[in-house]
Design a protein around this ligand. Structure first.
Ligand code: TYD
Length: 150
């Protein structure tokens, strides 16, 4: 498993303290490519730091913002299995924007990160692996309540 560096970091230049957002990282997925095409593999709790309890995907993007919330305990991996989009991450101190363009990499998002998914290209599909079943109580849907809980 290879880790790549942050693509865009829009944190304040003087803010050099470790930040929760540093735990969010791109993970290069194991890939097998031959004359038939490519196959990407993710083994839970091995290639990614959590067991997978739920899988969902976003498709038919209209261009309106998705996300706009944080999770108390949920861990996720976002993959652009088709097309591309930006994931904006915010831990209340720093922001980072990551553009996902390759089906052979996933963006790991740790708990307590405010996120938005924006700028989808045509035909994009966002596959999400999640560490828990759906639980509305795990959401912060208000940014003010999220920041107050940090
Ligand atoms: P939401 O998490 O707000 O979507 P996004 O982050 O993409 O904007 O979910 C949208 C709606 O779908 C909301 O009513 C909750 C529901 N939902 C489920 O029922 N189960 C799920 O696993 C997810 C992710 C959402």
């Amino acid at each position: 498993m290879m880790l790549s560096t942050q693509k865009i970091d829009v944190g304040l230049a003087h803010d050099k303290q470790p930040s929760r957002i540093d735990a969010c990282r791109l993970i290069s997925l194991w890939n097998i490519t031959d004359e038939r095409g490519s196959l990407a593999v993710i083994e839970a709790a091995k290639d990614i730091p959590f067991e997978v309890r739920r899988v969902y995907y976003l498709y038919d993007f209209t261009g309106l913002r998705r996300g706009g919330h944080a999770h108390r305990s949920l861990q996720q991996l976002f993959i652009a299995v088709a097309g591309s989009f930006d994931v904006i991450l915010d831990d209340g101190r720093r922001k980072k924007a990551v553009r996902l363009t390759n089906a052979n990499e996933g963006l790991y998002v740790c708990p307590m990160i405010w996120r938005e998914i924006v700028n989808p290209g045509p035909g994009s599909v966002c596959l999400v692996l999640a560490s828990t079943h759906y639980d509305e109580k795990d959401y912060f849907r208000s940014y003010e309540q999220f920041v107050a809980a940090l």
